[in-house]
Design a protein around this ligand. Structure first.
Ligand code: ATR
Length: 273
């Protein structure tokens, strides 16, 4: 049986085993997929021990180990290089471990599945942590006209923009986001977990906005999504589809089989709600 796992701290809340078992069942694979709580300073040993097991194919990596995973792996994947973060590891043929970041592809695929056109759109990305860095190159590749980053601590957004070194990737102060006139606003911060807004939402900011996307998912729409809806933004999407899509991309890397995610997003939402 092929063996998989997800590493994190905390990890109890992870839906990854459920999602990957749904994929496996759908494509006719028998897999084991466990949650592993690694000590905060013990990821590398824990991951190496898992990957050395008979039958181990690969693992997912979540908070706070994505940078450790990047340092542990051989990385060719541009999104992982840009993010300096890896969420998917795979055993190679010669004892090496490969690292990928599927978060950005997950976001882009979820947007596209939801009927959102990215090509030619001005995208405003709120936040400058690992979650933001992981989605920059996939959004640019998907054809965004511009990607402007705003963050509570502006210096961090400036660092991220400098590292991206792409003329389409810019920085803006949080108080000036209306100047961007964004078509799509993506919240990559965890503000929604504490019922806070990551940025001001008003008619000025939202005048051109067609879609707001919150990477957080809860059992009901976040305040960011609700406020945007009240102010007339047509489409609000939470991060559950991104979770499933990033998993699907990892499953494909590991098995070369691409699950049909539409039904699985519905099944996972039923569990969350
Ligand atoms: P992640 O890997 O999930 O992105 P992170 O690297 O800790 O986590 O980054 C968290 C991001 O969310 C940061 O951009 C942070 O802003 P600061 O750089 O100013 O700390 C942002 N963030 C967290 N809580 C927030 C809040 N309540 N309001 C606005 N931004 C918040």
């Amino acid at each position: 049986m092929k063996k998989f796992a997800v590493f994190g701290n905390p990890i109890a809340q992870s839906l990854s085993p459920t999602i990957h078992q749904m994929f496996a069942e759908q494509v006719g694979e028998k897999i084991s997929y466990e949650k592993i709580l690694a000590p905060v300073d013990g990821f590398v040993d824990a991951a190496n021990a898992f990957l050395a097991q008979e039958g181990a194919v690969g693992c997912n990596v979540t908070m706070p180990f994505k940078l450790d995973a990047f340092n542990l792996a051989k990385v060719d994947d541009q999104a992982a290089k840009d993010a300096q973060a890896v969420n998917t590891l795979m055993n190679g043929d010669s004892g090496e471990v490969w690292g990928y970041n599927t978060d950005g592809v997950g976001l882009v695929n979820d947007l596209l599945n939801s009927g959102v056109e990215i090509k030619g759109k001005r995208v405003l990305l709120i936040g400058a942590g690992g979650a933001a860095r992981g989605v920059i190159s996939p959004l640019i590749k998907a054809g965004a006209a511009s990607l402007t980053i705003a963050n509570r601590t502006k210096a961090k957004a400036e660092e991220v923009v400098n590292a991206a070194s792409n003329a389409k990737v810019q920085v803006v102060a949080l108080e000036d986001i209306a100047d961007v006139a964004p078509h799509i606003i993506i919240n990559s911060t965890a503000a929604s977990l504490s019922n806070e807004l990551p940025c001001r939402l008003n008619d000025g900011v939202l005048q051109n906005c067609e879609v707001v996307y919150d990477m957080v998912y809860k059992n009901s729409p976040t305040r960011f999504m609700r406020d945007a809806a009240e102010l007339g933004v047509k489409t609000q999407i939470d991060g559950l589809g991104m979770l499933v899509e990033q998993a699907a991309e990892a499953f494909y890397i590991w098995t070369q089989k691409r699950p049909d995610t539409s039904d699985i997003v519905k099944r996972v939402r039923a569990i969350v709600e």
